[in-house]
Design a protein around this ligand. Sequence first.
Ligand code: AMP
Length: 216
Amino acid sequence: MINVLFLGAPGSGKGTQSENIIRDYGVIQISTGDILRKAVKDGSALGKEAKNYMTQGLLVPDSLIVGVMSERLKGGDAKNGFILDGFPRTVVQAEALDEMLEKDLKYRLTHVISLEVPDELIYERITGRRSCPACGRVYHLKFNPPREAGICNFDGEKLICRDDDTEAALSKRLKVFHESTAIIKPLYEKRGIVLSLDGAAEPSDVYSKIKAFLDS
Ligand code: AMP
């Protein structure tokens, strides 16, 4: 069974590569960003608390996100393998995850994949990103445009730009990534379970390397 953790800046391809792994390995994906966006959309207490941080491109407090994650991992669907996308993002979260997995849930991370992409390319990828509010499919104005400009290929919905995919929020998200998130990689390198990849390469080439790693 595989339990995968993706590390990488926003727009490094974690979502795209997760879709490939889900298709081929039958695992579930747990994305804290998706959980929080849904909470904001639903107007729940969690969403109200998280919204301002998210719009500004800042991390929501560790205590809040650790609670969310611990509840989510208790759902029985994680037992056949999972991909974590967007958590942990700080050392405190990484330590909390270890505790959740090892003590409470008896799981362990089997593979950590770090997608490395230069900031200039991240800007291009993120500011051109558009998504369908109905089905969640993600497009890019230049790299993966929909057949009809601004419209989802699958359900005809008008595509939207995420609140935090603006240039101002993105520069904060990248700063947070370099200051907090990037420093957790060594914690996993010590365990010998990290594969670092050039996330600027063709997505299919990136996935071939991921597959070889997961099958090894
Ligand atoms: P993402 O879709 O993973 O880029 O997450 C979108 C936003 O949700 C982030 O910019 C944060 O505001 C918040 N968020 C998601 N995951 C976490 C996390 N593990 N810790 C703190 N904030 C998070």
